[in-house]
Design a protein around this ligand. Structure first.
Ligand code: F6R
Length: 248
């Protein structure tokens, strides 16, 4: 089933379940890398894209050379977690994307979770992204509160990489439920970095995302619901599962 709620720049595809959503996402990413072997992939972490990353990595198993130029930038990171903590976005990306695809350090850009000066770290990521960017494909998950990365709902949004105060929803995120300590802040690419990406792949699954997806589809474009800014983007593909899309 396919929706065309407002325009042809924002396509929704509803897949029967998480597995099918992930398969389609993996195929989408695979095709993008075939088109542009040195593609700069901006990668969200969290529960949503895990299976898609696994299938994407598997899809290159017998063609590793063809993916040997892929570049990755980490969308965001928790600040204040002990280095090496399993809850960090770094640990997640190493396990699910960088390791399986053999992404070498020169092809990877990411906030260090234990950076001594987080604001300087964000500035460094912003300048590196200026040089290497823009992002070609930005893989995003949808926060239950509408956040993208740690661009949290509020009266204003920040365009570039920045240190972010975490919302209650982020502090309760499953990724950090078992972390050694509570994160103190976030470091995230900004909404401008996301909007400058050549294309966006937004993944949404599960009944707990239903209300957020409904707001995304029906609501106004407003900083109080950052994902709604994606309506300003020229090339968004949103893949969701039937649980998330139920009733829409
Ligand atoms: C994680 C990130 C977050 C998540 C969002 C959804 O890197 O940027 O914005 O994408 O909170 O999280 P999950 O996928 O766990 O539901």
């Amino acid at each position: 089933m396919r929706y065309h709620p407002h325009n042809r720049h924002f396509l929704f595809f509803v897949q029967p379940d998480y597995e099918e959503m992930s398969r389609r996402a993996a195929r989408h990413l695979h095709a993008k890398v075939r088109e542009r072997p040195d593609l700069l992939l901006c990668a969200a972490t969290g529960g949503t894209p895990t299976r898609a990353y696994r299938l994407f990595a598997e899809s290159w198993e017998n063609h590793r050379r063809e993916v040997s130029r892929l570049r990755v930038v980490k969308l965001d990171e928790w600040g204040g977690l002990p280095p090496g903590d399993a809850g960090t976005c770094e640990a997640y990306l190493r396990e699910h994307l960088l390791g399986p695809l053999g992404v070498t350090p020169d092809r990877y850009l990411g906030f260090r979770p234990d950076a001594p000066d987080p604001a300087a770290e964000c500035d460094a990521v912003a300048s590196a992204l200026d040089e290497r960017g823009p992002v070609d494909v930005c893989v995003l998950g949808l926060g239950v509160n509408g956040h993208l990365g740690f661009n949290e709902p509020g009266p204003a949004l920040h365009p570039h990489a920045h240190v972010a105060a975490l919302s209650r929803e982020s502090l309760e995120h499953p990724m950090v439920r078992h972390a050694a300590g509570a994160p103190l802040f976030g470091m995230t690419l900004g909404i401008g970095d996301i909007l400058r990406a050549r294309s966006v792949l937004l993944l949404v699954n599960g009944a707990h995302k239903r209300e957020a997806l409904r707001r995304l589809i029906t609501g106004p474009v407003a900083t109080e619901f950052p994902a709604s800014l994606l309506w300003l983007h020229a090339d968004v593909t949103c893949l969701c599962d039937a649980d998330a899309a139920e009733g829409l």
